[in-house]
Ligand binder design. Structure first.
Ligand code: IPM
Ligand code: MG
Length: 355
């Protein structure tokens, strides 16, 4: 099991280091892991002049899975778009054909008070957002800013082929089948033709999954319903841009974006695993960032790419125990709890893994 480790920028190296400690511990227990490190994002720009250099491309193409921290930072915001760290991330998603992005939003019972919503609204929350990741307005052509009749005009293209919609539909239906068998597809068909096609293909694909109940929701309503009554959702499936927005929103239902892992998969379950939060430059180097989303991403990797359910569950159980024991990084801290830093949180998880 070859894993490429791309720590990235900002808090990336700190949080990835904690996930690597967990993987190393499982390796000493006999799991056959091979870890190799590489560069993506701003650090790669600094070292090679490109956010997704050829050496990294080769590394991740060879690997079975990729563990990523986060990319980006203010230092790079003024670079031309092609050289920005975010381009590295979009580049790797596209290069590896990682079209299926799974973003679970789970509320740990011990963190019910960390959410800004009332505990009774979010208690027991367990949503899976399936976001299409290699199409839509993120990659559509034509795109750009140009002069037309003496003024600047900016444009992007929202585009989906039915094949692209169908393959993410299958991922979502299959995920729903393993859960509570309810799938809500999110679109904006009252305005956008592209998403009318999205809705039509979702409805056609539903015929293959009679045991799953499919519903449709417009994206503005979905944003509202996530706050009003989030527990109505089981699995949500949506396009790249709506999924970007709704998954950040869903993360906050759980108290902290620092808790949520993600998996981005191709059609053979090769995957890239990353926390859904960003590089948080303001927190970098201070040993305060929450490493749990990255540690939980390692669990997702063992489950989805390597089919090691027992080890994945072992990591997830350790995280639950650590929360029950009262360990909290600052983002989820409440008075009376034990405040720890990034490394301290890693120590606590490790103690529960080996202990
Ligand atoms: C995410 C991020 C990325 C995205 C950015 C950093 C390009 O927000 O993974 O959600 O928009 O997909
Ligand atoms: Mg995002």
């Amino acid at each position: 099991m070859k894993i490429a480790i791309l720590a990235g920028d900002g808090i990336g190296p700190e949080i990835v280091a904690q996930a690597v400690r967990i993987l190393e511990a499982l390796k000493s227990d006999g799991l056959k892991l091979e870890l190799e490190t590489g560069m993506l994002g701003g650090c790669a720009v600094d070292a090679t002049g490109e956010p997704f250099p050829e050496v990294t491309r080769r590394l991740v193409t060879d690997a079975d899975a990729v563990m990523l921290g986060a990319v980006g930072g203010p230092k790079y915001d003024t670079l031309p778009r092609q050289l920005r760290p975010e381009r590295g991330l979009l580049g790797i998603r596209k290069a590896l054909n990682l079209f299926a992005n799974l973003r679970p939003a789970i509320l740990y019972p011990d963190l019910a008070n960390a959410s800004t919503l009332k505990a009774e609204v979010v208690a027991g929350l367990d949503i899976l957002i399936v976001r299409e990741l290699t199409g839509d307005i993120y990659f559509g052509e034509p795109r750009g800013v140009e002069l037309r009749d003496g003024q600047r005009v900016g444009f992007n293209t929202m585009i989906y082929s039915e094949a692209e919609i169908r393959r993410i539909a299958h991922v979502a239906f299959q995920a729903a089948r393993k859960r509570n068998r309810r799938l809500c597809s999110v679109d904006k068909m009252n305005v956008l033709e592209c998403t009318q096609l999205w809705r039509d293909v979702m409805t056609e694909t539903a015929k293959d999954y009679p045991e799953v109940e499919l519903s449709h929701m417009l994206v503005d309503n979905a944003a509202m319903q996530l706050i009003r009554n989030p527990r109505q959702f089981d699995v949500m499936v949506t396009g790249n841009m709506f999924g970007d927005i709704l998954s950040d929103e869903a993360s906050m239902l759980t108290g902290s974006i620092g808790m949520l892992p993600s998996a981005s998969l191709d059609d053979r379950n090769k995957g890239l695993y990353e926390p859904i939060h960003g590089s948080a430059p303001d927190l970098a180097g201070k040993d305060v960032a929450n490493p749990l989303a990255t540690i939980l991403s390692a669990a997702m990797m063992l489950r989805y790419t390597f089919d090691h359910e027992a080890e994945a569950a072992r990591i997830e159980d350790a995280v639950k125990k650590v929360l029950a024991q009262g360990y909290r990084t600052q983002d989820i801290y409440e008075p009376g709890m034990k405040k720890v830093g990034t490394v301290g949180m890693g120590d606590a998880v490790l103690a529960n893994i080996v202990g």
